[in-house]
Design a protein around this ligand. Structure first.
Ligand code: HEC
Length: 154
């Protein structure tokens, strides 16, 4: 019961974000958080990527751990990290394109694809280097697929 009472304000604040009543500091915070989120994704992708490239030795358990982290990260609800009014045409500190909001269905589709491919990575990560390599290659397509349409070039 006590837990439920604690959770309520969090739910309310995410509703406010969805409704668009976010102040400038909150928008900057959301940008910071989603970039950190991407850094966590990139960190775990680096672990399996380096094994796939032969830069580090293949280790089934370490590969599986990184894959499971990616799967967890992929399943986070991302809505509150991309509040309306936080595109690169609104703010200077972000590479998130306006298309994230104008083509929300397209962005959601890329996200679903990312979830699907991380699940594939989880099922193959500890099944030998050859399998890891093909799953990592698929993952790369997912990162690039979303960045191409929804992230500005540097
Ligand atoms: C559903 C879309 C989507 C997917 C999938 C995705 N990204 Fe991103 N990524 C973005 C967007 C949008 C940004 C720009 C964030 C910003 O600056 O607001 C970004 C930014 C980044 C950044 C820069 C973060 C920073 O510090 O500014 C890195 C690194 C990154 N992504 C890595 C990855 C990797 C690796 C994968 C795949 C394993 C991946 N991303 C998958 C949308 C995606």
């Amino acid at each position: 019961m006590i837990k439920k009472i604690k959770i309520l304000p969090i739910m309310l604040s995410s509703l406010f974000i969805a409704a668009g009543s976010v102040n400038a500091a909150d928008l900057d915070k959301a940008v910071e958080i989603r970039q950190s989120y991407m850094q966590m994704i990139a960190f775990n992708m680096g672990v399996v990527g380096n094994m796939a490239k032969g830069k580090t030795d293949y280790d089934a358990q370490i590969a599986l751990d990184a894959a499971q982290n990616l799967a967890l990260l992929s399943k986070m609800n991302y809505q509150s990290m991309w509040p309306e009014g936080s595109s690169n045409s609104d703010l200077g500190n972000t590479r998130s394109k306006m298309e994230i909001w104008t083509d929300a269905a397209g962005f959601a589709e890329k996200h679903t694809d990312f979830v699907r491919r991380t699940d594939n990575l989880v099922s193959l990560a500890n099944k030998g280097l050859g399998n890891l390599r093909s799953a990592v290659k698929e993952m790369g397509g997912s990162c690039g697929g979303c960045h191409q349409g929804f992230r500005t070039k540097k």
